[in-house]
Design a protein around this ligand. Sequence first.
Ligand code: SGN
Ligand code: CA
Length: 499
Amino acid sequence: MKSCFRFLLGLLLVMLGAGAGAAPNIIFIYSDDHSLQTIGAYNQRLSQFCREQNITPNLDRLAASGGLFRNSFCGNSLCSPSRAAVLTGLHGHSNGVTTLNQPINAGLWTFPESLNAAGYQTAVIGKWHLDQTIPTHTDWWILRGQGEYNDPVFVSKTGTEKRPGYATDVITDMAVDWMQKRDAAKPFFLAIHHKAPHRNWIPPLRYATWLDGVAVPEPATLFDDYANRASPAREQRMTIRDDLSMKTDIKIGPHYATNLLYAARNAEFAAKAPTGDDLTRWKYQMFLKDYLRCIKAVDDGVGRVLDTLKAAGLESNTIVIYSSDQGFYMGEHGWFDKRWIYEESVHMPFIIRWPGVVKPGTRFTEFIQNIDYAPTFADIAGGKIPAGLHGKSFAPVLRGETLPGWRQSVYYHYYDTHPEHNVARHCGVRTPQFTLAHFYDVNEWELFDNAKDPQQLRSVYADPAYAATVQELKIELTRLQKLYGATAGPSAKPAHKKK
Ligand code: SGN
Ligand code: CA
């Protein structure tokens, strides 16, 4: 009888260990500016091309063995604000980070605190971009500001140190090393924050000629004229044609002509001397190839992490997540960069493998947002979730439960007034079918019917057929602002004054 009881107890423990009951390890791989369009598994504009060219095989493997969220959003498509929302579970007006280079409000809870208290060993390695805020992870090695692509300098508890090599590889090496040296008696949370593929898209030497001779498919909107939209779409400065620098972004000039990465393109440019639309097309190709070469290296890093887990026997009890701080324009609307509430920038990739819990191949449609990550991580780890967060744990969704009353819309607010890309401040709401945006400085509105106009080329805000929708969405925006204690306009003075 006693042995039968012991057997049943043992069986129960094994079952718990294999599934949601045991404290699983969590690896959170978070890159900088990775668009959904350039992930094979996402089925977006360039996904098929990515699969054909084998650009994201490891991310695709992760998505096939786990799940992928189609409706994963940020609340402000800019680096530091997205990172602060991930850490605090709060939107920027409450955590203090509405634009770049601002500190998280002193004393605010960040999720590693709950994981540490629950017995986890936590670490963050790589881009942080919250220079005035010290991580609460057990261990940390972070890049200053944007960090460097080559021989990056890390700041840690013990000082600063330059590490030789290509940033993506160096960060992966450090992450693998940390995993191998960690306290194996504790569950762990490891954040691997890549600098890539942020501007100015410097690939590793091993991919210097990879994709040469291949034509990257162009978006239908490469030569968008911004008609039928509010004025900010015309006023921005983020076009491939006018704002992507021939020198620092495309790397044309005497300084680059002798560089192994750029010699061939300098020769090609000299021979073809493209002008007008041909020059825009040529710049698009160079930009996309540099970006995709950076992605390929990130994907290599993902592969190494997955292989390390397998070799260490940690695969079955480790959750692996891949995300990025926001989306990016890959020439859609003629643009690079992000910032807008529009589709390409408001989406964040979110891929998750959780063996024994998330069924392989699951495609989630729930609306999740970066404010949900902190409570979700704390929930999974069995840690405390403080009251008053804007985000909610979606761990039950991962476990296959339906959450009654889960959000049907996301709140968005972009506050930056920096002249570099000149995107007007706006707040808005994204629902399953619509995007409503208010550019309050010029008091102009836009409404896109994403079902009928997925490329968002025609605002129907003034179309009488949409009058009722406009009313409903304005009410929804006000409801969200009240829910989160936000104001209709900027809640703080702009951090940057226009020159
Ligand atoms: C830099 C880039 C911008 C980019 C911001 C914010 N210019 O200023 O193109 O929008 O970072 O990016 S660069 O010439 O210095 O590369 S973010 O990812 O940090 O939000
Ligand atoms: Ca970013």
